[in-house]
Design a protein around this ligand. Structure first.
Ligand code: CMC
Length: 429
């Protein structure tokens, strides 16, 4: 325990304990602040507020560090697999060979979805956005597993977590198949988690599908890079929804809804659309000028991050992966030329330097996913697929935390003070 922090409010001074983390800034414990002072703290967007304790992911935004359970993201992306990282996030340590085999087997046993769930898809418009479909079908899973999910039982929580990790690739692939009018493909469990997903997305029942190992490895890496990111908006949403004791499948639907926004997971789709709109390196200065113009709401999508103020370590791996995939597929994509030049110009522009705006994970992921053959609308759904493991790991951690309480922020009220109701006949105007 370190020195208490004194907070002066008006004429009174109170000492508050500071809680040290294992790394990172200390946290002032202000749980008694309202009782002591009758005041709330004000922090829109939670820029200075820790909402929970967590042992899953650590980010040092100034140094560009991202650790999952202590392991650097670049080591995990280069050397492990998405199944290994999923086990690590859920259980706290890397699995032994047997644990990994058992875990992968367990996940593969949950890949099918209830046959009735496919009828939900048919209710959507053919051109429905995959994230709209996912909000619906993942939420609908709660109706299949409501009575069988006692969230106070760690075993049942783990089964729900396995189901979610296993079924997301099936549900995401089905969303794609529905939009292109092809039949849904059942999972094939002798394939890897990622190979199975690629087959369900790009295969057809009429022909055998061969998984390209380079694309499979790149896709697996993309999943690892998106697996968790501590208390981001969608994870905080999952935690907040889960804090009331809600069904975990419904909580994940809440996370999916939050992820969809262009300031969060929707940025990968928005970034590629922006690169396509720019179209030619000659037009980049025009877009840079717009991004800097205070009167123009335009932002360079795929740039900037709430936490990373040096570089996004995920973007580095993503950029290298983009080069690998484009080489393997023998693609020369003009969008990549625009991306590289835009990055170069922005990184040398005083506006972006001063505001510490660097390319984030979404800047290059779109280029890779486009090359693999995913339509732009699918990009955020792929992010949701990968982030599901982070959501369930954080949800499990929250439910098992003895200090967990229902999330209930306070507010600074700026509305009308109390006034009396007037019958409509007495109102003027
Ligand atoms: N282009 C131009 N200016 C920007 C950008 C951008 N992409 N991002 C931030 N700024 C400016 C912003 O206008 C503001 O300027 P000023 O101080 O003069 O008002 C300053 O930088 C700080 O911006 P902010 O909105 O207060 O920063 P934030 O921490 O609240 O927002 C962000 C972070 C990611 C929402 C924001 O940078 C953004 O909108 N980026 C584009 C969307 C994007 O790529 N999102 C993906 C995030 S990474 C994946 C994920 O976690 O989901």
């Amino acid at each position: 325990m370190t020195e208490p922090t004194t907070i002066k409010t008006g004429s009174s001074e109170k000492a508050y304990t500071t809680l040290p983390g294992t790394v990172g800034p200390e946290v002032v414990d202000i749980r008694k602040f309202y009782a002591d002072t009758g005041m709330f703290t004000y922090d829109p967007g939670f820029t200075s507020t820790a909402s929970c304790q967590s042992a899953i992911t650590y980010i040092d935004g100034d140094a560009g560090i991202l650790l999952h359970r202590g392991y650097p993201i670049d080591q995990l992306a280069e050397q492990s697999s998405f199944m290994e990282v999923s086990y690590l996030l859920l259980h706290g340590d890397l699995p032994s060979a047997t644990e990994l085999k058992d875990f992968s087997w367990t996940i593969s046993r949950h890949t099918m979805v209830h046959e009735q769930l496919s009828t939900f898809y048919r209710g959507f418009r053919r051109d429905a956005h995959p994230m709209a479909i996912l909000c619906g079908v993942v939420g609908a899973l709660s109706s299949f597993y409501h009575d069988s999910t006692d969230i106070t039982d760690p075993k049942q929580r783990m089964i729900a977590s396995h189901r979610l990790i296993a079924k997301m690739p099936t549900l995401v692939a089905m969303a794609h198949k529905y939009s292109v009018g092809q039949p849904f493909l059942y999972p094939q469990n002798d394939l890897s988690y990622t190979g199975n997903f690629l087959r369900m997305t790009f295969g057809v029942p009429a022909e055998p599908y061969e998984v390209n190992p380079i694309i499979e490895a790149a896709m697996d890496k993309i999943f690892i890079l998106h697996a968790d990111h501590e208390q981001n908006a969608s994870t905080s949403t999952v935690r907040l929804a889960g804090s009331s004791g809600a069904n975990p499948f419904a909580c994940m639907a809440a996370g999916i809804a939050c992820l969809w926004g262009p300031a969060h997971g929707g940025a990968n789709e928005a970034a590629l659309n922006m690169l396509r709109e720019i179209g030619d390196v000659k037009r980049i200065p025009e877009y840079i000028a717009r991004a800097k113009d205070k009167n123009d709401p335009f932002r360079l999508m795929g740039f900037g991050h709430r936490v990373y103020k040096n570089f996004d370590p995920r973007a580095k791996v993503m950029k290298a992966t983009a080069d690998e995939v484009l080489k393997e597929l023998n693609i020369t994509d003009p969008v990549l030329d625009v991306a590289k030049e835009l990055e170069h110009i922005a990184l040398n522009d005083p506006y972006f330097i001063e505001k510490k705006l660097y390319p984030n994970v979404d800047f290059y992921s779109g280029v890779i996913l486009n090359a693999i053959g995913f339509p732009t609308e699918m990009f955020t759904a792929l992010f949701a697929l990968a982030r599901t493991v982070g959501w369930v790991a954080q949800w499990n951690e929250m439910i098992s935390d003895p200090e967990q309480k229902i999330g209930r922020p306070r507010q600074l009220y700026v509305g009308q003070t109390a006034r009396d109701y007037m019958p409509v006949s007495s109102r003027i105007g």
